[in-house]
Write a protein that binds this ligand. Structure first.
Ligand SMILES: NC(=O)c1ccc[n+]([C@@H]2O[C@H](COP(=O)([O-])OP(=O)(O)OC[C@H]3O[C@@H](n4cnc5c(N)ncnc54)[C@H](O)[C@@H]3O)[C@@H](O)[C@H]2O)c1
Length: 316
């Protein structure tokens, strides 16, 4: 990986991944793109940034060719809760955008990374310590696009020899950019509200366990997997990666270690609760550890301390 094009670069992941890649590869070797521009964002102001709608295949190809990239990181997608509100758009962006990305990568013989999600699993999947290879019959449009996307990336690898690699991200928790409409977003909002109001109303019910990960570990995972020795990868699309699994009361308890009077109540959103119920409680990331050395550094309390410290420095 020497020169990278990133789609959807102004989202929750891209905003942090682009900065890390610029550090690793040099500012000129990261072409950040998004369908929109945010003027005062450092992804836009401090390096190469281009407007790119991933549905526009010709522009996608031209930009990748002109920039002479050897890797494409495809982040543009509609997330779980948003895709459930507009399933047709979810299918169209998550699938056609992905096909366009894969075709551009095929033209350039570039390495290709597009994240999957724990949403690729479904109700029939074993819920605890979910294995790498298991039954996957998701019941959400987002999950359908993720499982189809995994298969498609594997297809491009076996059919065309394309170097496709991916992870199944759990809910990602970060302080830089707010999440873009996922089911695990409560675990980000709770930190903002804890600092601002000393209380939070959770849209996810008590006792609902989901896998989560602090953004630094997620960024390390993308970079480490892309740099991994291809011959060691038995799996490709996509690796389970896990750092912590908790339910709302546990994150509240972790926050109370720093804000003792923090209060939480519940006003459960049936749509997002339904999605959460169909996902695993915790997934097994042994294959990622064995094949490319995945090892998360953040547990719940370390993440809570970091989130509260970082958000305290911001105007929220
Ligand atoms: N954030 C998470 O917790 C999480 C968890 C699992 C998987 N993922 C996956 O990681 C990827 C990135 O997620 P994210 O959280 O950064 O998403 P996000 O919603 O925060 O950002 C997506 C970005 O894509 C851009 N975009 C939308 N339509 C576009 C188009 N047509 N062309 C170009 N750009 C477009 C948006 O402007 C936005 O900046 C997605 O595939 C998502 O499914 C994320």
């Amino acid at each position: 990986m020497k020169k990278v094009l990133v789609t959807g670069a102004l989202g929750q992941i891209g905003s942090e991944l682009v900065l890390r890649l610029r550090k690793d590869l040099g500012v000129d070797n990261v072409v950040a793109t998004d369908i929109k521009r945010i003027e005062d964002n450092e992804v836009v102001t401090d390096g190469v940034f281009e407007i790119l709608d991933v549905m526009d295949y010709n522009k996608f190809l031209q930009l990748a060719k002109d920039s002479n990239v050897d890797t494409i990181i495809h982040l543009a997608a509609l997330l779980s809760a948003t895709a459930e509100k507009n399933p047709q758009l979810g299918w169209s962006l998550n699938m056609q955008g992905l096909v366009n990305g894969l075709e551009v990568a095929r033209e350039l013989d570039a390495k290709f990374f597009a994240p999957s999600s724990i949403a690729a699993f479904g109700n029939d999947t074993p819920k605890d310590n979910t294995p790498q290879d298991t039954l996957m019959r998701p019941s959400t449009m987002y999950g359908v696009t993720k499982v189809a996307g995994e298969l498609l990336c594997d297809y491009y690898h076996t059919k065309y020899g394309l170097d496709t690699r991916s992870v199944r991200f759990p809910g990602l928790i970060s302080h830089k950019v707010l999440p873009g409409g996922g089911t695990t977003d409560y675990a980000v909002h709770i930190y903002y509200d804890a600092l601002k109001y000393g209380k939070y109303t959770s849209f996810i019910a008590e006792g609902t366990y989901m896998d989560m990960m602090y953004m630094d570990d997620a960024i390390d995972a993308v970079v480490d997997l892309l740099n991994a020795d291809s011959s060691k990868l038995k799996h490709r699309n996509s690796f389970n990666i896990a750092a912590m699994s908790f339910e709302p009361e546990q994150i509240a308890a972790s926050i109370r270690k720093y804000i003792p009077n923090f209060e939480m109540d519940y006003d459960v959103d049936p749509v997002r609760q339904g999605i959460a119920n169909s996902w695993p409680n915790s997934i097994d990331s042994t294959c990622a550890t064995e094949e490319w050395g995945f090892e998360p550094k953040f547990d719940l309390d370390k993440m809570t301390k970091t989130m509260l410290d970082e958000l305290s420095k911001k105007e929220i």
